[in-house]
Design a protein around this ligand. Structure first.
Ligand SMILES: Cc1cc2nc3c(=O)[nH]c(=O)nc-3n(C[C@H](O)[C@H](O)[C@H](O)COP(=O)(O)OP(=O)(O)OC[C@H]3O[C@@H](n4cnc5c(N)ncnc54)[C@H](O)[C@@H]3O)c2cc1C
Length: 381
């Protein structure tokens, strides 16, 4: 048994932001990740657009570690934030975003995660949770050393799939996933674009889902296997049917995702939810603002309760698995910049919970906002 102040489960962008906030605040922090890379879908999943931190009308709404991660994502590769993002309302290519290379992003995230108080556990799968009364007390993990228990004062579920909440018996809701595959393609004959992303399957609205392919929840081992095999088949069919003079000499795969590209698998039932119809509205217990990435002018305030599962104490859920209503709200809350924002907010709450020896649901909103103000994070427009 090892003991930490805070354990962050999953090292996607949400988990990275949470772990950085906790470690920098002096908490003895563990970041537990089943793969060997930081970044989750953004790196292992090869999703390479850090969507906007602005509202599309020239106003930045996300600050803090999310902005730090955006800048890190292009530190070791070509790429830039569009120079005119603040001055050209509504133009997608003029928003505060970045297109990055996933491998370069890993190197920059590694660098950021070199923190004195942070213990990283890669290649370590969380396989269970122990709950006393209604309080989460420890996680069961499995790695090369075998099975062991990790204990903490507070936990952050950043698994994208609400694995921890589910293991702890919290109420959750499942999503569904059309088939998608983003991979890196080589074009050795193309000058200046020798390597580029290639995309198959459905977009975020499900358009492009191949006929007869299964739509999967992504919350079982079998679903994951079916999803990755079916999505790689899309790519294989592409190479098997190259036309117009293109051959395996002029086009071939160079890097495949090593994580299933599920968008919405499982999320917590929280004390509150980001609601579809609550855009451009003031929320009393807001702890952050997230922008619509598909078009300009809509933002949602994030209620603190959307990070806290009902009934289970000592746990926060962030990123893809926080509570946001199915539809626009989940579609907006789950993307990279928003996941990093909610990760940092949960980190702030976890630090206060440990300091006050209590659970996130007992933390005074004023105390959280005090830290948000210090970090320059906006919660009302
Ligand atoms: C096809 C596709 C295209 C997308 N396009 C974009 C885009 O262009 N821009 C954008 O901003 N967003 C995009 N998204 C969404 C975005 O990538 C993710 O929603 C976001 O990265 C989620 O971050 P996260 O940290 O919440 O979760 P994840 O990135 O899912 O990270 C969760 C981490 O937890 C780990 N983990 C899970 N379970 C366990 C366990 N039991 N034990 C230990 N570790 C565990 C995982 O390995 C992973 O590293 C896209 C998603 C998909 C699928």
């Amino acid at each position: 048994m090892k003991r930490y102040d805070v354990i962050v489960a999953g090292a996607g962008v949400a988990g990275i932001a949470a772990a950085l906030e906790c470690a920098r605040s002096g908490m003895k922090t563990a970041l537990v990740e089943k793969t060997i890379l930081p970044g989750g879908l953004a790196t292992s999943g090869m999703v390479n657009i850090y969507l906007p931190l602005c509202d599309g009308k020239g106003r930045q709404v996300i600050h803090g570690i999310s902005e730090e991660l955006l800048k890190a994502s292009i530190k070791y590769c070509p790429g830039s934030i569009p120079a005119g993002w603040g001055g050209v309302p509504g133009e997608k290519d003029k928003r505060y975003l970045a297109v990055f290379n996933p491998s370069a992003c890993v190197l920059a995230f590694d660098e950021l995660l070199e923190q004195k108080n942070l213990d990283i556990w890669y290649d370590t799968q969380i396989s269970g949770a122990a709950v006393k009364g209604s309080k989460l007390t420890s996680l069961e993990v499995l790695n090369k050393s075998g099975k062991l228990m990790l204990e903490a004062g507070c936990f952050i579920d950043a698994t994208g799939d609400a694995d921890i909440a589910n293991f702890a018996g919290a109420e959750c809701e499942e999503g569904s996933n059309s088939l998608s595959l983003w991979a890196m393609n080589a074009y050795p004959d193309k000058q200046g674009a020798a390597v580029a992303m290639i995309r198959f399957g459905a977009d975020d609205s499900g358009r492009g889902h191949p006929k007869n392919a299964p739509v999967l929840k992504g919350t079982s081992g079998k679903d994951t296997t079916t999803f990755v095999l079916e999505s790689r088949k899309l790519l294989r069919n592409h190479y098997a049917n190259l036309k117009d003079g293109r051959t395996r000499e002029t086009e071939y795969p160079v890097c495949l995702p090593t994580m299933a590209q599920f968008r919405t698998t499982r999320k917590i039932k929280g004390l509150a939810s980001v609601r579809n119809d609550a855009f451009n509205k003031n929320i009393d217990d807001s702890v952050g603002i997230i922008p619509e990435w598909r078009f300009a002018g809509k933002t949602w305030e994030v209620p603190y309760g959307s990070l806290i599962p009902v009934k289970i104490k000592g746990l926060l859920a962030v990123g893809r698995c926080m509570d946001a209503e199915k539809g626009d709200a989940w579609n907006v809350a789950r993307v990279i910049p928003c996941a990093a924002l909610t990760g940092q907010v949960a980190g702030i709450s976890a630090v206060l919970s440990v300091e006050h020896e209590t659970s996130p649901d007992n933390i005074d909103l004023k105390d959280i906002r005090n830290v948000l103000d210090k970090r320059g994070i906006l919660y009302h427009l």
